[in-house]
Design a protein around this ligand. Structure first.
Ligand SMILES: [Zn+2]
Length: 268
C-alpha cells in the first residue's frame, strides 16, 4: 500500500480493558500499519469520559508516531437500562468538546436484549434527535432489529446523519439508510466467508463506504480469534477490496476520505 493513501479505523474501542496493558504500543503498531486516523467509540457515559481523556492525551499530531484520534459520546443499547435518567444530558454536555466528532454508539440490539426494548428505542430516538440538534453524525449498532431501526431512521428529521456500523445485513434498515444518504461501515466480518456481506458491499455507493475494526472484538482473517486492534483495519480494507475487485490503495484512499467527510475532519 502506498504511504499517501493511509487507512482510517472508523470504529474501535480503545478504552476497553483488553488494551489496558499495551495501549500505547497498540497505537504505534497502528501507525506503522498505515493507520492515519481513528475514532474510539464510547459505550456509556463513563466510557465517554475515558475516551475523551485518551484522545486528549494521545490523539493529537505526533508526527506520525501514532494515528490522529477522535471520539464519540453515547450509550450503547446494551447499557441503555443501566444508563440512568440523566445519561442523555451528560452525553449532551460532553458532545460540545472539540475532540467529539459523533454520537453513539447507540441503536437497537434485539439479539441479546440486555436492555428492555422500549428503553433501547427511547434512548436511540433521543440520540438521533440530539445528533440533529448538534449537527453530529450518529453511530448506529443494529442487531436483529431491522424493522425498528428502519422506522427510527425514517422518523428522524431528514437532515439526521449517521452510519450503520459493523453492518451484516437487514434489508429494511439498509434501504432506509440508503434513502437518507447514510454511510455503511464494514468490519472484519467482511473477511469471513460471507456471500451476503459481499453482495451488500457492492450495493453501498462508493462514497458512503467505511471500514472499521470494532476492536477489541471481531479480529479479521487471518487473525481471527485474536484480540483485534486498529492496525488490523488493513485486513478489513483488503477483504473489502477483494469483494469489490479493486486495489487496496483505492479502497484505503476512498474509505479514508469518506471517514474524514463523515466525521467532519476534512482539515486533518
Ligand atoms: Zn462498537
Amino acid at each position: 500500500m502506498s504511504e499517501a493513501a493511509g487507512l482510517f479505523d472508523s470504529h474501535c474501542h480503545l478504552t476497553d480493558a483488553a488494551f489496558r496493558e499495551d495501549r500505547e504500543a497498540v497505537l504505534v503498531h497502528a501507525a506503522r500499519a498505515g493507520v492515519k486516523g481513528l475514532v474510539t467509540i464510547a459505550s456509556d457515559v463513563v466510557d465517554a469520559g475515558a475516551a475523551l481523556a485518551l484522545v486528549r492525551a494521545w490523539g493529537g499530531d505526533s508526527g506520525g508516531e501514532r494515528p490522529r484520534m477522535w471520539c464519540s459520546v453515547g450509550v450503547h443499547p446494551h447499557e441503555a437500562a443501566a444508563a440512568g435518567p440523566d445519561a442523555l444530558a451528560r452525553v449532551h454536555a460532553l458532545a460540545g468538546e472539540a475532540e467529539v466528532v459523533a454520537l453513539g454508539e447507540t441503536g437497537l440490539d434485539y439479539h441479546y436484549d440486555y436492555s428492555p426494548r422500549d428503553v433501547q428505542r427511547r434512548l436511540f430516538e433521543a440520540h438521533l434527535a440530539l445528533g440533529t440538534e448538534l449537527s453530529l453524525p450518529v453511530v448506529v449498532h443494529a442487531r436483529d432489529a431491522d424493522e425498528d431501526v428502519a422506522a427510527a431512521l425514517r422518523a428522524a428529521p431528514p437532515e439526521t446523519r449517521g452510519v450503520l456500523h459493523c453492518f451484516t445485513g437487514g434489508e429494511r434498515a439498509f434501504t432506509a439508510a440508503m434513502e437518507r444518504g447514510w454511510y455503511v461501515s464494514f468490519s472484519g466480518i467482511a473477511s469471513f466467508r460471507s456471500f451476503q456481506v459481499a453482495e451488500l458491499l457492492r450495493e453501498v455507493p462508493p462514497e458512503r463506504l467505511l471500514v472499521e475494526t470494532d476492536s477489541p472484538y471481531l479480529a479479521p482473517v487471518p487473525l481471527r480469534g485474536k484480540r483485534n486492534e486498529p492496525a488490523f483495519v488493513r485486513h478489513v480494507a483488503e477483504a473489502v477490496a477483494a469483494h469489490l475487485g479493486e486495489e487496496l490503495d483505492t479502497v484505503a484512499a476512498r474509505t479514508t476520505a469518506n471517514a474524514k467527510r463523515f466525521y467532519g475532519l476534512d482539515h486533518m
